[in-house]
Design a binder for this molecule. Structure first.
Ligand code: DX5
Ligand code: ZN
Length: 216
């Protein structure tokens, strides 16, 4: 199974975005997590295309784009043009999920779907054959620095069983409250990709923190 760390740029210092992106580029993290928030799907607004383009210029690493926006189908193409390698949309944010997935596929990006803490994994079961990744939110989406919601690990195990049973190669990613102290448990439960914002950027030595998560 894959073991990938995807540092969330939401916790970076935007006054030194280039420096922070280059640090991630040098690190053992394979992916870079991009949190896009619209102030409607979540009660917060983060950043959009120009910032993504700046990150893309500072690193060629895999851009893991997490859209916390309503009607994401309206913007899929532009996120792909801004450099997204994977586009993950929330199942709760659209009533046109099939259209959305098709647009992502047509854009050339990998296809992801995310579920909020209260959404059961059964909600995405019929989509699994079309998905490169499922993102399980382990905090309410909207802000970095929150505590991990414990029941999330059980959702990972349930999804792992579903994926293995169906013989899919869908990756499992988890996002929210992840650090070196729970990384081991999450990989063991079946996660392939761990997102970490504050744990990485608030560490005294972020590159070492990434290594600690990777080898937890
Ligand atoms: C929250 C975002 C997360 C966030 C994680 O809505 O999706 O990616 O940046 O931050 P930490 O790792 O600090 O919980
Ligand atoms: Zn995220």
């Amino acid at each position: 199974m894959a073991r990938i760390i995807s540092p969330s740029m939401l916790s970076a210092d935007f006054g030194h975005l280039d420096r922070d992106t280059r640090m991630i580029d040098r690190s053992a993290a394979e992916w870079i997590h991009i949190d896009v928030m619209d102030g409607v799907f979540v009660p917060n607004i983060s950043f959009g295309f120009p910032v993504m383009k700046a990150i893309r210029q500072a690193s060629p690493k895999f851009m893991d784009t997490h859209l916390m926006i309503v009607e994401p189908e309206r913007y899929v193409k532009r996120f792909a043009e801004a450099g997204a390698d994977l586009i993950t949309v929330h199942i709760e944010a659209t009533n046109q999920i099939e259209t959305c997935l098709q647009l992502i596929r047509e854009s050339g990006a990998k296809v992801g779907v995310s579920i909020k803490p209260a959404t059961p994994v059964s909600r995405i079961e019929t989509l699994l054959s079309q998905l490169d990744l499922v993102l399980i939110m382990s905090v309410e989406p909207g802000f970095g620095g929150q505590s991990f919601i414990e029941g999330s690990t059980e959702k990972v195990r349930e999804l792992r069983r579903m994926i293995d049973r169906g013989g899919y190669d869908t990756l499992i990613e988890i996002d929210g409250g992840v650090s070196a102290s729970n990384a081991r448990e999450l990989f063991d439960a079946g996660c392939d990709v761990l997102v970490a914002g504050s744990a990485v950027f608030r560490a005294a030595d972020p590159e070492n923190e990434i290594l600690k998560m990777l080898h937890a």
